[in-house]
Design a protein around this ligand. Structure first.
Ligand SMILES: NC(=O)c1ccc[n+]([C@@H]2O[C@H](COP(=O)([O-])OP(=O)(O)OC[C@H]3O[C@@H](n4cnc5c(N)ncnc54)[C@H](O)[C@@H]3O)[C@@H](O)[C@H]2O)c1
Length: 352
């Protein structure tokens, strides 16, 4: 698991939101990491009560103000996991100078992301966005290998997801104007930036599935332009309704001296998922593919990472917090750039 925290960095946590991601990932992961959760608040008190019972959280708060009192009393960090539309109004109710981790996306669009950044700056918050894929065990292995120069210069970063995710079962998604890139491919955009830096530009097209017309989009093709010899691509299709056999969910990174392929298991065989994997091929080892055993996966072992980083950043302002809002805003900018490219459309023969 990424980022062990020293005892003098550890802080208790209060959580705002008792929904699926908190129950399925945040709380089980914090338990694994030994993080203390002091209290929880959700507008739906029954959900907060049930979550508190299931995870032994000592206090269910009646309001944001009640949670703030508890956090002040116990010197807590905040963990917010709300629908993106509720982030700004909730942030405005919180005190200045706190440490807070906010679930992705950073607002519903770039305008909101910029507002969130402004609030964080005005209130002098130490704030992060929960892009936890950067902390997935196979991603950490890949970063170590690349930083050690093992695969040479990276020139191709490929994300391919061909799976069946029945998003059309979730009616609350029907009214949302941007779906696939904002809620799913955003993780890969953030990941690509973390490995490759900022691209020069992007070409993108995001579309509906004919059997899921209620959703703004469920399939995206994205090409990040890094110049004449480097690129990054994302191809997602969440409507592959042909059984698990031919599903795909992987990241492949090619370099001048080797390549890495990682399965992202959580997307496969919905809703069960499959394990993550890590394979590599090095020219120095004769071009055969090797695999490295992983005991941990993105879900859930990546989830302590962004909170552990927040604990370190609050303790030491010089710590390089990779999930900070100051970095995450750029992921939101590229999400917007993808939408602008998609809306604009491609080059027609009549244009040439
Ligand atoms: N891998 C990931 O990082 C990941 C995965 C899934 C979801 N998410 C994100 O997490 C967020 C929450 O997703 P979820 O699946 O848990 O949703 P959910 O609908 O299951 O839970 C949201 C909870 O927030 C509560 N709520 C809504 N407005 C509130 C407010 N103003 N104050 C207090 N409580 C409020 C609701 O009652 C609900 O219990 C979303 O933004 C989603 O994008 C991230």
């Amino acid at each position: 698991m990424e980022q062990s925290v020293n005892p003098d960095e550890k802080r208790p946590i209060v959580i705002i939101g008792a929904g699926s991601i908190v129950n399925d990932a945040h709380l089980p992961a914090y338990k694994l990491a030994g993080f203390e959760v002091a209290g929880i608040f959700d507008l739906d008190k029954d959900k907060a009560e049930l979550t508190s019972k299931n995870f032994g959280i000592p206090r269910v708060c009646d309001s944001v103000a009640d949670l703030v009192n508890l956090a002040n009393e116990k010197n807590c960090l905040y963990d917010m996991a709300l629908p993106a539309s509720a982030i700004i109004s909730t942030l405005e109710q919180l005190p200045d100078e706190i440490g807070i981790l906010i679930q992705k996306p950073m607002g519903e669009n770039l305008k909101e992301a910029r507002q969130i950044l402004d609030i964080c700056r005005q209130k002098r918050l130490t704030a992060g966005i929960n892009f936890q894929l950067r902390h997935a065990p196979n991603v950490i292995e890949a970063r170590k290998m690349i930083d050690a120069g093992k695969i040479g210069d990276v020139y191709d970063f490929i994300v391919r997801v061909t799976v069946f995710t029945p998003w059309n079962n979730w009616t609350f998604l029907f009214d949302i104007p941007r779906v696939e890139i904002l809620y799913h491919s955003i993780h890969y955009i953030d990941l690509i930036r973390s490995f490759m830096g900022e691209p020069d530009s992007v070409y993108a097209k995001t579309i509906k599935h004919p059997k899921m017309p209620e959703l703004a989009s469920t399939k995206s093709s994205i090409i990040f332009d890094y110049g004449d010899t480097k690129r990054a691509t994302i191809s997602t299709n969440h409507g592959h309704d042909f059984g698990p056999e031919k599903q795909e969910s992987y990241v492949k990174i090619e370099g001048t001296q080797g390549a890495i392929k990682m399965q992202i298991g959580v997307n496969l065989n919905y809703p069960k998922g499959l394990p993550d994997t890590f394979e590599y091929c090095l020219h120095s080892e004769g071009q055969t593919w090797q695999s490295r055993e992983l005991e941990e996966n993105w879900f859930i072992e990546a989830f302590p990472g962004p909170m552990a980083g927040l604990m370190k950043k609050v303790k030491n302002p010089d710590y390089d917090y990779i999930n900070s809002v100051e970095d995450a805003i750029h992921t939101m900018e590229w999400v917007r750039a993808c939408h602008v490219s998609s809306d604009r459309g491609g080059t027609k023969v009549s244009d040439v």
